[in-house]
Write a protein that binds this ligand. Sequence first.
Ligand SMILES: Cc1ncc(COP(=O)(O)O)c(C=O)c1O
Length: 449
Amino acid sequence: MDAVRPEGHRDAARVRPAVAGGDARSGPTSAGRALLAVDGGVPAHRGPWPVWPQPTEDDIAAVALVVRDGTWCSAARGRDVVQAFERDFAALHAPGSDAAPTPFDAEGAPVDAVAVTSGTSALIVALAAVGVGPGNEVVVPPYTFIATASACLFLGAVPVFADVDPGTLCLDPAAAAAAITPRTKAVVPVHFAGCPADMSALADLCHERGLALIEDACQAPGAAWAGRPVGTWGNFGCFSFQESKNLSAGEGGAVTGRGTGIETVWSLHNVGRTRGGAWYGHARIGQNLRLTGLQAALLRSQLRRFPAQAARRAAAASHLGALLERVPGIEPLLPPAGVTAHAWHLLPFRYDPAAFGGRCRGDFLKALLAEGVPASSGYTLLSDNVALRERAGANAALVGAAQPAAGPVPVAAAAAENGCWLPQNLLLAEEEDVASIAAAIEKISRAWG
Ligand SMILES: Cc1ncc(COP(=O)(O)O)c(C=O)c1O
């Protein structure tokens, strides 16, 4: 199964990190430090990183078959192709016998999946299926992609921000509890970077308070908390297959759930039809949010190598995390004890400017890129977003309510200021290339620290 090279991709020679010198420009400076690439030195890492996505001949054959057969639409002849993917994706998230119980599934009902057009549409139909609408509040973290909050707004509800846990940057159960009001209908934790939120605490909280629990697992296919896969702790799990994600069809999404709940989601994503019902039978008002057969075939083909890729990312993250922990002023976010599988969509770390001679994060990321390592500054704080605040105010006003006052979110605010993200494709690199990420950061630390 050879990866297909995009046109123009060059097989660059792998050049080892030049931290120790050997080149006039990379040799030690008078202070015994290697000259940074941003100042004209030799980069710590040269050559390309693994491309993403990584198409294979198998993927091409799978999509070509669908094109040839005309099984394009899941509401017509493409139904079997899409259903086969839904079955495989649900199986990936089926709780095993060692999974922790959840009060949301006392019967241990089988997990089902419905494929949809995006992670955003997955969130919208999941929230709609639990009855979120005008007059409701939904507790969400402020450190996430905008869709977690905007999905609530599209349904006429108001997202209420609760702070995140410093260890994971996922929704803090105590902060979520403090944000609940009589209007609260649901809680939406985000498994940020592929790391599960504390689902034992959040499931107990939501169950006790009679709230719906919807997992934003867009970055976390295959992750698990206490042995139970994400997407199976509450009412629904929402996944994204957008291009950057660990499992991708360019665009796409899925909702996991059980029983009558997932049947409602199926209906909402298929213009209100019911499974097995008439073509022009519409039991409720839904949208057309169906995934195509072409996307399902591409995803199903990738699912075959997904476990091997996940294992590779996890091994690289563990190795790199240990190396980064040794660099003063760098704090990688490593999984807490409850995490039994981390999807490693990102490897996030905190950057402390004080340990880097006061240089700001932007300067650090520029210097790191010059060393050959692409990293990003990640999210801005959602609770500061003016468009979100205005729409939330308008939604509240529609039902004669005041907009809930924004509470302090210091952990999320600090993450937005000093967080850095390494993307998942870097974790698919050879071991020595992964180690060169730490060498590059160490080189900057020595030059500035
Ligand atoms: C945490 C989170 N939620 C929701 C989404 C929305 O998914 P999509 O882009 O497929 O609509 C994303 C994807 O970027 C995400 O990372």
